[in-house]
Design a protein around this ligand. Sequence first.
Ligand SMILES: Nc1ncnc2c1ncn2[C@@H]1O[C@H](COP(=O)(O)OP(=O)(O)O)[C@@H](O)[C@H]1O
Ligand SMILES: [Mg+2]
Length: 262
Amino acid sequence: MAEIIAIANQKGGVAKTTTSLNLAYSLMKLGKKVLMIDFDGQANLTTCFGIEEPNSIETNIAHLMIAKMNEEDIPDKSQYIVSNNGIDLIPSSIYLSVVDANLRLEMGSERILFEILEPLKADYDFIIIDTSPSLGSLTINALSAADSVIITVNPQLLAMMGLQDFLKTTKKIQKRINSKLEIKGILLTMCDSRTNLSKVLSEQMSEAYDGVVNIFETHIPMTVKVGEAIYYSKSIAEYSPTSKAGIAYADFAKEILTYEER
Ligand SMILES: Nc1ncnc2c1ncn2[C@@H]1O[C@H](COP(=O)(O)OP(=O)(O)O)[C@@H](O)[C@H]1O
Ligand SMILES: [Mg+2]
């Protein structure tokens, strides 16, 4: 049975998409069967996966959400799961922003994504949801479907601002909708070891959240290779496995697996 992990933070540009892709790839390399869900209307993960025109895909996560909302049958999984390089993906497109608006009007709509993922859990070890940069109805749906959440934080970007709001939303979801939701931890991304600021902010984070939220031992370093890899529609772990970020994501996947065994 798959563990469903949401990668989240209401800020943009904190490596949610990069982490989703690289964690998925690294877990696959460790022999795990992984499905990724692109749950952002910007469809960055879908593009990184090598689908240049997300709108050209006939059935994506938005169509499934609409069908579920309308209590219609959803198509066979062969119609909406795409595979590449040993990883599966349910793509997204800008159409997901229509879903976002509709969800707000629909009663009890928080569990729609959960209903879509439930029958897929038996096929995978991990289902990784890449979320959008908001605390809106889409992210609430993702957190309601998830067993756990990894919060990506960029220590360059006033890292602690907004984190309290995120944790508060998570607590509400745990209390009202999804009591099994666990905060797995904070992953520090785009760490620039050359600057003191990055170090100081990382230390501050560790102090502020010590005993409150786990901060993963692995930090993801900043490297131009990440952008290069995306250009070639590859994860950094695949494009440049010996680069610092490639090694870090492989370590992070191992850290996640040891976390599971605790
Ligand atoms: N470790 C890294 N080093 C350098 N650039 C990175 C790294 N991680 C992410 N990036 C870049 O930062 C930008 C934002 O990353 P992304 O994963 O799209 O964030 P989000 O999904 O949170 O908006 C992208 O251009 C990505 O290529
Ligand atoms: Mg993203």
